[in-house]
Write a protein that binds this ligand. Structure first.
Ligand SMILES: CC(C)(COP(=O)(O)OP(=O)(O)OC[C@H]1O[C@@H](n2cnc3c(N)ncnc32)[C@H](O)[C@@H]1OP(=O)(O)O)[C@@H](O)C(=O)NCCC(=O)NCCS
Length: 323
């Protein structure tokens, strides 16, 4: 059977770091409050000339270099983002053009913080269905541009960045020993649409709008939804928590990450945490965390890696990959 195997990875961050101390000068908050409630110490904020497409392009170039490939070797680009450069054309097509790629297909995927998990699942389906041989999957965001910088309940939580992986069609045996995506579990339920949303859009206000969130409501649902899709991935593959080498969660909040790992029985030393330095970068958070842990040598070829995310919609999902 065909498997979608990780051939390369890369990431990009804006130049500017904003610490919690600097945040104290913008809204009525404190480093202590932010660290205690979220685990966030700093985040990166896009500056002039830095956009979702430019960060995505940098992450893509890093992934291509690491995979020893050129854009000619790709035939699909999927960009997970809720902060596109323009309403249209898609940021994926913008990045395709920046890479000088004149063939194949490119499109955006919008599942907010679960966007990268949705995009990997989609690329995997294209590859296994024979529609693509090599897919560049990017998570890229500039949430700083949709934040209400006078709302302390949201602006302290988010940051900007991008990460990318390249998935390649390779023959596998059909067992869990194969490298590549072993299963993807996706869920959504629009009944929760008013708990985390942007209060504008092309078809309603004709504006971009700002992020609004009932943080406590999101928190209440997060751990249950995350553990549900991870358990579904275990069931689909006949694996258990003991088999997982690395849990790479969406980086929203340290308390949600720790609570989910504890409920699943995954020890914290097997959990990749970057929320402390990146903040919540929505669809970019998982590929940024993957890049961090693969570059520093924690995630190695053959490791069993569980990705999970939950976000606006609500959407939630998991992907189990043998790296
Ligand atoms: C947002 C979150 C950190 C808030 O923590 P919390 O413990 O739920 O805090 P509450 O919302 O109950 O607020 C507690 C108090 O802190 C205050 N507060 C809120 N933001 C603050 C800030 N940045 N600095 C200081 N105080 C703040 C509130 O006004 C409230 O004060 P009050 O009791 O006087 O009314 C938490 O709910 C959370 O992490 N939710 C999940 C959010 C998330 O991850 N979303 C993304 C999913 S992809």
């Amino acid at each position: 059977m065909i498997r979608s195997v990780v051939r390369g990875f890369g990431a990009a961050l804006p130049k500017r770091v904003m610490t919690n101390k600097e945040m104290e000068t913008k809204v009525d908050t404190s480093d202590e409050w932010i660290v205690q409630r979220t685990g966030i110490h700093q985040r990166y904020i896009a500056g002039e000339g830095e956009t979702t497409a430019s960060l995505g392009e940098s992450a893509a170039r890093a992934a291509l270099a690491r995979a020893d490939l050129t854009p000619d070797d790709l035939d699909l680009i999927i960009v997970a983002t809720s902060t596109p450069d323009n309403t249209f054309p898609a940021t994926a097509v913008n990045i395709q053009n920046r890479l000088g790629m004149r063939h194949g297909a490119a499109f955006d995927m919008q599942a907010v913080c679960s966007g990268f998990v949705y995009a990997v699942a989609t690329a995997d389906a294209y590859i296994r269905g024979g529609l693509a041989k090599r897919a560049l999957v990017i998570g890229a965001e500039t949430f700083s541009r949709i934040l209400d910088w006078s709302d302390r309940t949201t602006c302290v939580l988010f940051g900007d960045g991008a990460g990318a992986i390249i998935l390649e069609a390779q023959k596998g045996s059909g067992t869990n020993a194969d490298r590549g995506v072993l299963t993807a579990q996706l869920r959504s339920d629009g009944i929760h649409g008013d708990k985390l949303y942007v209060d504008g859009g092309p078809s309603t206000t004709g504006t971009v709008g700002h992020l609004r969130m009932e943080g406590r409501e999101v928190f209440k649902h997060a751990v249950g939804m995350i553990t549900d899709v991870i358990e579904a991935a275990f069931e689909a593959t006949g694996t258990t928590a003991d088999d997982v080498d690395w849990l790479v969660p969406h980086q929203a909040n340290r308390r949600i990450i720790d609570g989910s790992a504890k409920k699943l029985g995954i020890p914290l030393d097997k959990v990749v945490v970057t929320v402390d330095v990146h903040g919540n970068t929505s669809a970019a958070s998982i590929p940024l965390a993957l890049d961090t842990a693969a570059v520093d040598g924690r995630i190695k070829k053959g490791d069993l890696v569980m990705l999970e995310a939950m976000g606006g919609g609500f959407t939630w999902g998991s992907v189990l990959i043998r790296w």
